[in-house]
Design a protein around this ligand. Sequence first.
Ligand SMILES: *Cc1c(COP(=O)(O)O)cnc(C)c1O
Length: 467
Amino acid sequence: MSDAKTYGPGVQKYVEEAKTLCRERDAQLALAKQWKFDTIAVHGLYSLEEAYKRNQGAIIEPLYLSTSQSYRDSDELEAALAYLIPTWCYTRIANPTTYYLEWALALLEGYRTGGDTSCCVTASGMAAIAQSIDPFLVKQKDGEKINFVSCIQVYGGTFQLFNIRRGQERGIDVRWVVHPEDIESWKARIDENTRFVYMEAPSNPQQSFCDIKAVADLAHQWGIPFIVDATCATPALMRPIAHGADIVVHSLTKSITAGGMAIGGALISRRPITTKIVNDHPLFKASFAEYVKFLPYRDNGPAASPVNAMFALNDLRTLRSRMDLVSRNCQTVAEWLKTQSKVYQVDYLGLPGDRLHGLAKGYMKLVDSDDGAGLPLNRYGHLMSFRVDGPPANARKVFDGFKMIYRATDLGRIKSVATIPAISTHQQQGEEARRMADVPPQLIRLCVGAEDPSDVIADLEQALKAL
Ligand SMILES: *Cc1c(COP(=O)(O)O)cnc(C)c1O
Protein backbone atom coordinates (compact mmCIF):
# COMPACT_ATOMS: atom_id res chain seq x y z
CA MET A 1 0.00 0.00 0.00
CA SER A 2 1.23 3.50 -0.77
CA ASP A 3 1.32 6.63 1.31
CA ALA A 4 -2.15 8.07 1.99
CA LYS A 5 -0.99 11.56 2.95
CA THR A 6 -1.31 13.06 -0.51
CA TYR A 7 -4.99 12.11 -0.72
CA GLY A 8 -8.07 14.08 0.39
CA PRO A 9 -9.95 13.61 3.69
CA GLY A 10 -12.63 11.45 2.04
CA VAL A 11 -9.98 8.95 0.96
CA GLN A 12 -8.32 9.11 4.38
CA LYS A 13 -11.63 8.12 5.98
CA TYR A 14 -11.63 4.86 4.03
CA VAL A 15 -8.01 4.26 4.89
CA GLU A 16 -8.90 4.60 8.59
CA GLU A 17 -11.89 2.32 8.21
CA ALA A 18 -9.75 -0.32 6.50
CA LYS A 19 -7.38 -0.42 9.47
CA THR A 20 -9.90 -2.47 11.47
CA LEU A 21 -10.13 -4.98 8.64
CA CYS A 22 -6.34 -5.16 8.38
CA ARG A 23 -6.06 -5.71 12.15
CA GLU A 24 -8.57 -8.56 11.97
CA ARG A 25 -6.64 -10.16 9.11
CA ASP A 26 -3.31 -9.78 10.89
CA ALA A 27 -4.80 -11.43 13.97
CA GLN A 28 -6.11 -14.33 11.87
CA LEU A 29 -2.75 -14.62 10.16
CA ALA A 30 -0.96 -14.74 13.50
CA LEU A 31 -3.37 -17.44 14.68
CA ALA A 32 -3.00 -19.50 11.49
CA LYS A 33 0.79 -19.38 11.81
CA GLN A 34 0.46 -21.25 15.13
CA TRP A 35 -1.51 -24.06 13.52
CA LYS A 36 -0.27 -27.36 12.17
CA PHE A 37 -0.10 -27.91 8.40
CA ASP A 38 -3.43 -29.76 8.13
CA THR A 39 -5.29 -27.07 10.04
CA ILE A 40 -3.92 -24.34 7.77
CA ALA A 41 -4.84 -26.43 4.71
CA VAL A 42 -8.40 -26.82 5.98
CA HIS A 43 -9.02 -23.24 7.17
CA GLY A 44 -6.46 -20.87 5.67
CA LEU A 45 -7.43 -17.30 6.46
CA TYR A 46 -11.18 -17.88 6.29
CA SER A 47 -12.32 -17.57 9.89
CA LEU A 48 -15.54 -17.78 11.88
CA GLU A 49 -15.41 -14.01 12.04
CA GLU A 50 -15.21 -13.78 8.24
CA ALA A 51 -18.12 -16.19 8.00
CA TYR A 52 -20.42 -14.35 10.41
CA LYS A 53 -19.53 -10.77 9.57
CA ARG A 54 -19.39 -10.96 5.81
CA ASN A 55 -20.64 -14.29 4.55
CA GLN A 56 -23.92 -15.19 6.23
CA GLY A 57 -22.23 -17.83 8.35
CA ALA A 58 -21.18 -19.96 5.36
CA ILE A 59 -18.59 -22.49 6.55
CA ILE A 60 -16.99 -22.71 3.11
CA GLU A 61 -15.24 -19.72 1.53
CA PRO A 62 -17.54 -17.71 -0.75
CA LEU A 63 -17.22 -18.02 -4.51
CA TYR A 64 -17.41 -14.56 -6.03
CA LEU A 65 -18.07 -14.83 -9.74
CA SER A 66 -18.63 -11.10 -10.12
CA THR A 67 -16.08 -9.55 -12.48
CA SER A 68 -15.82 -6.43 -10.38
CA GLN A 69 -16.48 -4.69 -7.11
CA SER A 70 -18.64 -1.57 -6.75
CA TYR A 71 -17.58 1.27 -4.44
CA ARG A 72 -19.71 3.42 -2.19
CA ASP A 73 -18.35 6.70 -3.63
CA SER A 74 -15.47 8.21 -5.58
CA ASP A 75 -13.28 8.43 -2.48
CA GLU A 76 -13.50 4.71 -1.85
CA LEU A 77 -12.86 4.05 -5.55
CA GLU A 78 -9.75 6.25 -5.44
CA ALA A 79 -8.48 4.63 -2.23
CA ALA A 80 -9.02 1.16 -3.70
CA LEU A 81 -7.36 1.75 -7.05
CA ALA A 82 -4.38 3.40 -5.35
CA TYR A 83 -4.09 0.15 -3.32
CA LEU A 84 -4.49 2.15 -0.10
CA ILE A 85 -7.12 -0.24 1.24
CA PRO A 86 -7.63 -4.00 0.86
CA THR A 87 -9.77 -4.40 -2.21
CA TRP A 88 -10.33 -6.60 -5.18
CA CYS A 89 -11.87 -4.14 -7.68
CA TYR A 90 -11.64 -6.37 -10.79
CA THR A 91 -11.03 -10.12 -11.07
CA ARG A 92 -8.02 -9.71 -13.37
CA ILE A 93 -6.37 -7.85 -10.50
CA ALA A 94 -7.76 -9.69 -7.47
CA ASN A 95 -10.76 -11.73 -6.38
CA PRO A 96 -11.98 -12.72 -2.90
CA THR A 97 -12.03 -16.48 -3.61
CA THR A 98 -8.57 -16.40 -5.18
CA TYR A 99 -7.42 -14.37 -2.18
CA TYR A 100 -8.24 -17.25 0.22
CA LEU A 101 -6.33 -19.67 -1.99
CA GLU A 102 -3.34 -17.33 -2.15
CA TRP A 103 -3.14 -17.05 1.59
CA ALA A 104 -3.57 -20.76 2.21
CA LEU A 105 -0.72 -21.48 -0.23
CA ALA A 106 1.53 -18.76 1.17
CA LEU A 107 1.07 -20.19 4.66
CA LEU A 108 1.60 -23.81 3.60
CA GLU A 109 4.69 -23.10 1.51
CA GLY A 110 6.09 -20.96 4.32
CA TYR A 111 5.16 -23.50 6.99
CA ARG A 112 7.94 -23.84 9.59
CA THR A 113 10.43 -22.20 7.26
CA GLY A 114 11.13 -19.51 9.80
CA GLY A 115 10.17 -16.72 7.42
CA ASP A 116 7.24 -14.93 5.86
CA THR A 117 5.88 -15.63 2.40
CA SER A 118 3.46 -14.15 -0.11
CA CYS A 119 1.62 -15.74 -3.02
CA CYS A 120 0.14 -14.87 -6.39
CA VAL A 121 -2.24 -17.39 -7.97
CA THR A 122 -2.36 -17.58 -11.78
CA ALA A 123 -4.47 -19.21 -14.48
CA SER A 124 -1.95 -22.03 -15.03
CA GLY A 125 1.39 -23.35 -13.91
CA MET A 126 3.00 -21.97 -17.06
CA ALA A 127 1.63 -18.51 -16.29
CA ALA A 128 3.16 -18.72 -12.80
CA ILE A 129 6.53 -19.70 -14.27
CA ALA A 130 6.46 -16.85 -16.82
CA GLN A 131 5.48 -14.37 -14.11
CA SER A 132 8.26 -15.63 -11.85
CA ILE A 133 11.08 -15.18 -14.38
CA ASP A 134 10.15 -12.15 -16.49
CA PRO A 135 10.68 -9.44 -13.86
CA PHE A 136 14.35 -10.53 -13.72
CA LEU A 137 14.84 -10.53 -17.48
CA VAL A 138 14.77 -6.77 -17.94
CA LYS A 139 17.77 -4.93 -19.37
CA GLN A 140 19.57 -2.84 -16.76
CA LYS A 141 22.03 -1.22 -19.13
CA ASP A 142 22.56 -0.97 -22.87
CA GLY A 143 24.29 -3.77 -24.70
CA GLU A 144 24.28 -6.32 -21.90
CA LYS A 145 23.69 -9.94 -22.79
CA ILE A 146 21.66 -11.42 -20.00
CA ASN A 147 21.37 -15.10 -19.14
CA PHE A 148 19.82 -17.51 -16.70
CA VAL A 149 20.76 -20.99 -15.60
CA SER A 150 18.31 -23.90 -15.41
CA CYS A 151 18.38 -27.65 -15.06
CA ILE A 152 17.51 -29.21 -18.43
CA GLN A 153 15.16 -31.72 -16.79
CA VAL A 154 12.16 -29.42 -16.83
CA TYR A 155 8.52 -29.88 -17.78
CA GLY A 156 8.12 -29.76 -21.60
CA GLY A 157 6.17 -26.49 -21.47
CA THR A 158 8.88 -24.90 -19.35
CA PHE A 159 11.50 -26.03 -21.83
CA GLN A 160 9.59 -24.34 -24.66
CA LEU A 161 9.08 -21.16 -22.64
CA PHE A 162 12.78 -20.95 -21.79
CA ASN A 163 14.26 -22.17 -25.04
CA ILE A 164 11.94 -20.69 -27.70
CA ARG A 165 10.05 -17.80 -26.10
CA ARG A 166 12.86 -16.37 -24.01
CA GLY A 167 15.94 -17.82 -25.72
CA GLN A 168 15.22 -17.70 -29.45
CA GLU A 169 12.58 -14.96 -29.54
CA ARG A 170 14.11 -12.57 -27.01
CA GLY A 171 17.78 -13.40 -27.31
CA ILE A 172 18.27 -14.38 -23.69
CA ASP A 173 21.07 -16.85 -23.14
CA VAL A 174 19.57 -19.97 -21.54
CA ARG A 175 22.28 -22.07 -19.89
CA TRP A 176 21.27 -25.64 -19.24
CA VAL A 177 22.61 -27.74 -16.41
CA VAL A 178 22.58 -31.40 -17.43
CA HIS A 179 23.64 -32.80 -14.04
CA PRO A 180 21.80 -30.68 -11.45
CA GLU A 181 22.90 -32.99 -8.62
CA ASP A 182 26.46 -31.81 -9.26
CA ILE A 183 27.00 -28.33 -7.79
CA GLU A 184 30.03 -27.82 -10.03
CA SER A 185 27.79 -27.78 -13.14
CA TRP A 186 25.86 -24.86 -11.66
CA LYS A 187 29.06 -23.04 -10.70
CA ALA A 188 30.41 -23.39 -14.23
CA ARG A 189 27.43 -21.58 -15.77
CA ILE A 190 26.72 -18.62 -13.49
CA ASP A 191 28.36 -15.26 -14.13
CA GLU A 192 27.68 -11.58 -13.38
CA ASN A 193 25.00 -11.43 -16.09
CA THR A 194 23.00 -14.35 -14.68
CA ARG A 195 19.62 -13.17 -13.48
CA PHE A 196 18.36 -16.23 -11.65
CA VAL A 197 18.87 -19.94 -11.17
CA TYR A 198 16.02 -22.37 -11.86
CA MET A 199 15.37 -25.94 -10.78
CA GLU A 200 12.48 -28.36 -11.07
CA ALA A 201 12.55 -30.85 -8.18
CA PRO A 202 11.70 -33.62 -8.45
CA SER A 203 11.55 -33.18 -12.20
CA ASN A 204 8.77 -34.45 -14.43
CA PRO A 205 9.32 -37.15 -15.67
CA GLN A 206 12.99 -38.06 -14.97
CA GLN A 207 12.97 -37.59 -11.19
CA SER A 208 15.93 -35.30 -11.33
CA PHE A 209 16.94 -33.58 -8.10
CA CYS A 210 19.56 -31.22 -6.70
CA ASP A 211 21.04 -30.19 -3.39
CA ILE A 212 18.61 -27.32 -2.89
CA LYS A 213 20.51 -25.70 -0.06
CA ALA A 214 23.82 -25.77 -1.95
CA VAL A 215 22.28 -24.27 -5.11
CA ALA A 216 20.47 -21.60 -3.07
CA ASP A 217 23.72 -20.68 -1.33
CA LEU A 218 25.52 -20.47 -4.64
CA ALA A 219 22.82 -18.25 -6.18
CA HIS A 220 22.95 -15.98 -3.14
CA GLN A 221 26.72 -15.64 -3.43
CA TRP A 222 26.00 -14.10 -6.84
CA GLY A 223 23.20 -11.97 -5.42
CA ILE A 224 20.53 -13.69 -7.51
CA PRO A 225 17.35 -15.61 -6.65
CA PHE A 226 16.83 -19.35 -6.76
CA ILE A 227 13.48 -20.37 -8.27
CA VAL A 228 12.17 -23.90 -7.72
CA ASP A 229 9.28 -25.63 -9.47
CA ALA A 230 8.10 -27.95 -6.69
CA THR A 231 4.89 -29.11 -8.41
CA CYS A 232 5.67 -32.79 -7.96
CA ALA A 233 6.55 -32.45 -4.28
CA THR A 234 3.83 -30.01 -3.11
CA PRO A 235 4.39 -28.24 0.23
CA ALA A 236 3.25 -31.43 1.98
CA LEU A 237 6.53 -33.15 1.01
CA MET A 238 9.03 -30.34 0.54
CA ARG A 239 9.17 -26.60 1.15
CA PRO A 240 12.22 -25.27 -0.76
CA ILE A 241 12.01 -21.90 1.00
CA ALA A 242 13.08 -23.66 4.21
CA HIS A 243 16.33 -24.56 2.43
CA GLY A 244 17.04 -21.13 1.01
CA ALA A 245 14.99 -20.94 -2.21
CA ASP A 246 13.60 -17.48 -2.94
CA ILE A 247 10.63 -18.32 -5.15
CA VAL A 248 8.58 -21.49 -5.50
CA VAL A 249 6.26 -22.12 -8.44
CA HIS A 250 3.54 -24.72 -8.71
CA SER A 251 1.22 -26.05 -11.30
CA LEU A 252 -1.85 -26.22 -9.06
CA THR A 253 -3.38 -28.30 -11.84
CA LYS A 254 -1.47 -31.35 -10.61
CA SER A 255 -1.30 -32.93 -7.14
CA ILE A 256 -2.68 -29.88 -5.35
CA THR A 257 -5.94 -30.00 -7.34
CA ALA A 258 -5.88 -33.80 -7.60
CA GLY A 259 -9.60 -33.95 -8.41
CA GLY A 260 -8.65 -32.92 -11.93
CA MET A 261 -11.25 -30.25 -12.59
CA ALA A 262 -9.20 -27.06 -12.78
CA ILE A 263 -6.06 -25.56 -14.28
CA GLY A 264 -4.07 -23.22 -12.05
CA GLY A 265 -0.69 -22.03 -10.94
CA ALA A 266 0.96 -20.29 -8.03
CA LEU A 267 4.06 -18.24 -7.36
CA ILE A 268 5.15 -18.06 -3.73
CA SER A 269 8.06 -15.95 -2.59
CA ARG A 270 9.99 -15.57 0.62
CA ARG A 271 10.12 -12.12 2.14
CA PRO A 272 12.52 -10.68 1.08
CA ILE A 273 14.11 -12.32 -1.97
CA THR A 274 17.74 -12.00 -3.09
CA THR A 275 18.16 -10.02 -6.31
CA LYS A 276 20.52 -7.51 -7.91
CA ILE A 277 17.82 -6.02 -10.12
CA VAL A 278 17.31 -2.33 -9.52
CA ASN A 279 13.56 -1.80 -9.29
CA ASP A 280 12.07 1.25 -7.65
CA HIS A 281 9.08 -0.57 -6.29
CA PRO A 282 9.66 -1.46 -2.62
CA LEU A 283 7.73 -4.73 -2.92
CA PHE A 284 10.01 -6.05 -5.68
CA LYS A 285 12.52 -7.28 -3.15
CA ALA A 286 10.42 -7.18 0.01
CA SER A 287 7.46 -9.25 -1.22
CA PHE A 288 8.03 -10.38 -4.79
CA ALA A 289 4.74 -12.32 -5.20
CA GLU A 290 2.78 -9.25 -4.14
CA TYR A 291 4.85 -7.08 -6.47
CA VAL A 292 3.99 -9.43 -9.34
CA LYS A 293 0.34 -9.41 -8.36
CA PHE A 294 0.05 -5.63 -8.07
CA LEU A 295 1.99 -4.78 -11.25
CA PRO A 296 3.11 -7.19 -14.02
CA TYR A 297 0.26 -9.64 -13.39
CA ARG A 298 -2.25 -6.82 -13.50
CA ASP A 299 -0.80 -5.71 -16.84
CA ASN A 300 -0.12 -9.13 -18.38
CA GLY A 301 -3.49 -10.61 -17.42
CA PRO A 302 -2.84 -14.24 -16.34
CA ALA A 303 -5.50 -14.18 -13.60
CA ALA A 304 -7.10 -17.43 -12.46
CA SER A 305 -10.81 -17.99 -12.68
CA PRO A 306 -12.38 -17.87 -9.19
CA VAL A 307 -14.14 -21.18 -9.94
CA ASN A 308 -10.75 -22.80 -10.51
CA ALA A 309 -9.44 -21.21 -7.33
CA MET A 310 -12.36 -22.78 -5.47
CA PHE A 311 -11.57 -26.25 -6.85
CA ALA A 312 -7.94 -25.85 -5.78
CA LEU A 313 -8.93 -24.59 -2.33
CA ASN A 314 -11.26 -27.54 -1.89
CA ASP A 315 -8.68 -30.19 -2.81
CA LEU A 316 -5.92 -28.45 -0.88
CA ARG A 317 -7.62 -29.21 2.44
CA THR A 318 -6.59 -32.87 2.36
CA LEU A 319 -3.20 -32.38 0.69
CA ARG A 320 -1.01 -33.89 3.41
CA SER A 321 -2.92 -37.14 3.93
CA ARG A 322 -3.44 -37.51 0.18
CA MET A 323 0.24 -37.05 -0.64
CA ASP A 324 1.06 -39.60 2.05
CA LEU A 325 -1.34 -42.14 0.54
CA VAL A 326 -0.39 -41.68 -3.12
CA SER A 327 3.34 -41.65 -2.26
CA ARG A 328 2.99 -44.96 -0.45
CA ASN A 329 1.02 -46.39 -3.37
CA CYS A 330 3.65 -45.19 -5.84
CA GLN A 331 6.42 -46.71 -3.72
CA THR A 332 4.64 -50.09 -3.80
CA VAL A 333 4.13 -49.93 -7.57
CA ALA A 334 7.73 -48.78 -8.24
CA GLU A 335 9.12 -51.61 -6.11
CA TRP A 336 7.01 -54.11 -8.04
CA LEU A 337 8.06 -52.70 -11.43
CA LYS A 338 11.68 -53.02 -10.34
CA THR A 339 11.22 -56.81 -10.20
CA GLN A 340 9.87 -57.07 -13.76
CA SER A 341 12.16 -58.58 -16.39
CA LYS A 342 10.61 -56.58 -19.27
CA VAL A 343 11.32 -53.30 -17.50
CA TYR A 344 14.97 -52.24 -17.78
CA GLN A 345 14.85 -49.11 -15.67
CA VAL A 346 12.59 -47.65 -12.98
CA ASP A 347 13.10 -44.07 -11.87
CA TYR A 348 11.58 -43.18 -8.54
CA LEU A 349 13.40 -41.22 -5.86
CA GLY A 350 11.87 -43.48 -3.21
CA LEU A 351 13.75 -46.56 -4.46
CA PRO A 352 16.80 -47.16 -2.24
CA GLY A 353 18.80 -48.07 -5.36
CA ASP A 354 17.97 -44.81 -7.16
CA ARG A 355 21.14 -42.80 -7.72
CA LEU A 356 19.52 -39.68 -6.25
CA HIS A 357 17.74 -41.43 -3.37
CA GLY A 358 20.27 -40.29 -0.77
CA LEU A 359 20.05 -36.68 -1.90
CA ALA A 360 16.24 -36.64 -2.08
CA LYS A 361 15.97 -38.34 1.31
CA GLY A 362 17.34 -35.23 2.94
CA TYR A 363 14.57 -33.09 1.46
CA MET A 364 11.44 -35.12 0.72
CA LYS A 365 9.70 -35.56 4.05
CA LEU A 366 6.03 -35.76 4.90
CA VAL A 367 5.28 -32.63 6.88
CA ASP A 368 4.17 -33.14 10.51
CA SER A 369 4.85 -36.88 10.38
CA ASP A 370 6.66 -39.01 12.91
CA ASP A 371 8.28 -42.39 12.32
CA GLY A 372 7.90 -43.27 16.01
CA ALA A 373 11.45 -42.20 16.83
CA GLY A 374 10.74 -38.50 16.42
CA LEU A 375 11.90 -38.27 12.81
CA PRO A 376 9.71 -37.33 9.84
CA LEU A 377 8.75 -40.02 7.34
CA ASN A 378 10.27 -39.85 3.89
CA ARG A 379 7.71 -39.64 1.10
CA TYR A 380 8.57 -39.12 -2.56
CA GLY A 381 5.33 -38.22 -4.31
CA HIS A 382 3.34 -40.18 -6.87
CA LEU A 383 5.22 -39.54 -10.09
CA MET A 384 7.58 -42.19 -11.40
CA SER A 385 8.76 -43.52 -14.73
CA PHE A 386 9.80 -46.86 -16.13
CA ARG A 387 11.43 -48.00 -19.35
CA VAL A 388 10.27 -50.98 -21.35
CA ASP A 389 12.78 -53.37 -22.94
CA GLY A 390 13.23 -53.44 -26.68
CA PRO A 391 12.22 -50.96 -29.37
CA PRO A 392 9.88 -47.98 -28.60
CA ALA A 393 7.03 -50.03 -30.12
CA ASN A 394 7.16 -52.26 -27.03
CA ALA A 395 6.57 -49.34 -24.69
CA ARG A 396 3.61 -48.29 -26.84
CA LYS A 397 2.21 -51.81 -26.75
CA VAL A 398 2.33 -51.90 -22.95
CA PHE A 399 0.88 -48.41 -22.77
CA ASP A 400 -1.94 -49.27 -25.18
CA GLY A 401 -2.78 -52.31 -23.09
CA PHE A 402 -3.75 -50.46 -19.91
CA LYS A 403 -7.35 -51.20 -18.93
CA MET A 404 -7.68 -48.99 -15.86
CA ILE A 405 -4.73 -46.57 -16.00
CA TYR A 406 -5.63 -43.55 -18.13
CA ARG A 407 -3.53 -42.57 -21.12
CA ALA A 408 -3.29 -38.79 -20.83
CA THR A 409 -0.78 -35.95 -20.65
CA ASP A 410 -1.74 -35.32 -17.09
CA LEU A 411 -0.44 -36.14 -13.64
CA GLY A 412 -1.11 -35.52 -9.99
CA ARG A 413 -4.55 -37.06 -10.25
CA ILE A 414 -6.46 -39.09 -7.70
CA LYS A 415 -6.70 -41.63 -10.56
CA SER A 416 -3.63 -43.32 -12.04
CA VAL A 417 -2.56 -41.70 -15.29
CA ALA A 418 0.29 -42.55 -17.68
CA THR A 419 1.87 -41.01 -20.73
CA ILE A 420 4.81 -41.51 -23.08
CA PRO A 421 6.58 -38.14 -22.72
CA ALA A 422 8.66 -38.50 -25.92
CA ILE A 423 5.47 -38.38 -28.02
CA SER A 424 3.48 -36.04 -25.78
CA THR A 425 4.75 -33.60 -23.15
CA HIS A 426 8.30 -33.62 -24.54
CA GLN A 427 7.47 -34.00 -28.23
CA GLN A 428 8.09 -30.39 -29.28
CA GLN A 429 11.57 -30.08 -27.85
CA GLY A 430 13.08 -32.44 -30.42
CA GLU A 431 15.27 -35.50 -30.22
CA GLU A 432 18.52 -33.79 -29.26
CA ALA A 433 17.02 -31.99 -26.26
CA ARG A 434 15.16 -35.15 -25.26
CA ARG A 435 18.42 -37.07 -25.33
CA MET A 436 20.10 -34.44 -23.13
CA ALA A 437 17.14 -34.47 -20.76
CA ASP A 438 17.09 -38.29 -20.82
CA VAL A 439 13.55 -38.80 -22.14
CA PRO A 440 13.82 -41.82 -24.48
CA PRO A 441 10.76 -43.18 -26.34
CA GLN A 442 10.90 -46.33 -24.18
CA LEU A 443 9.99 -44.31 -21.11
CA ILE A 444 6.48 -44.45 -19.70
CA ARG A 445 5.62 -41.87 -17.10
CA LEU A 446 3.20 -43.13 -14.49
CA CYS A 447 1.51 -41.12 -11.81
CA VAL A 448 -0.04 -43.48 -9.29
CA GLY A 449 -3.38 -42.46 -7.83
CA ALA A 450 -5.34 -43.39 -4.73
CA GLU A 451 -6.60 -46.76 -6.03
CA ASP A 452 -5.55 -49.84 -4.11
CA PRO A 453 -1.99 -50.34 -5.43
CA SER A 454 -2.63 -54.05 -6.04
CA ASP A 455 -5.16 -53.08 -8.73
CA VAL A 456 -2.66 -50.73 -10.37
CA ILE A 457 -0.09 -53.53 -10.34
CA ALA A 458 -2.61 -55.97 -11.83
CA ASP A 459 -3.23 -53.57 -14.71
CA LEU A 460 0.50 -53.13 -15.31
CA GLU A 461 1.03 -56.87 -15.12
CA GLN A 462 -1.57 -57.74 -17.75
CA ALA A 463 -0.24 -54.96 -20.02
CA LEU A 464 3.37 -56.19 -19.71
CA LYS A 465 2.21 -59.74 -20.54
CA ALA A 466 1.36 -58.56 -24.06
CA LEU A 467 5.08 -58.44 -24.86
C1 LIG B 1 2.20 -29.40 -15.62
C2 LIG B 1 3.41 -28.78 -15.12
C3 LIG B 1 3.66 -27.42 -15.32
C4 LIG B 1 2.74 -26.54 -16.12
O1 LIG B 1 1.53 -26.36 -15.45
P1 LIG B 1 0.13 -26.03 -16.19
O2 LIG B 1 -0.80 -25.86 -15.04
O3 LIG B 1 -0.19 -27.19 -17.06
O4 LIG B 1 0.34 -24.78 -16.96
C5 LIG B 1 4.83 -26.89 -14.80
N1 LIG B 1 5.69 -27.65 -14.10
C6 LIG B 1 5.47 -28.96 -13.88
C7 LIG B 1 6.46 -29.74 -13.09
C8 LIG B 1 4.33 -29.57 -14.38
O5 LIG B 1 4.14 -30.87 -14.16
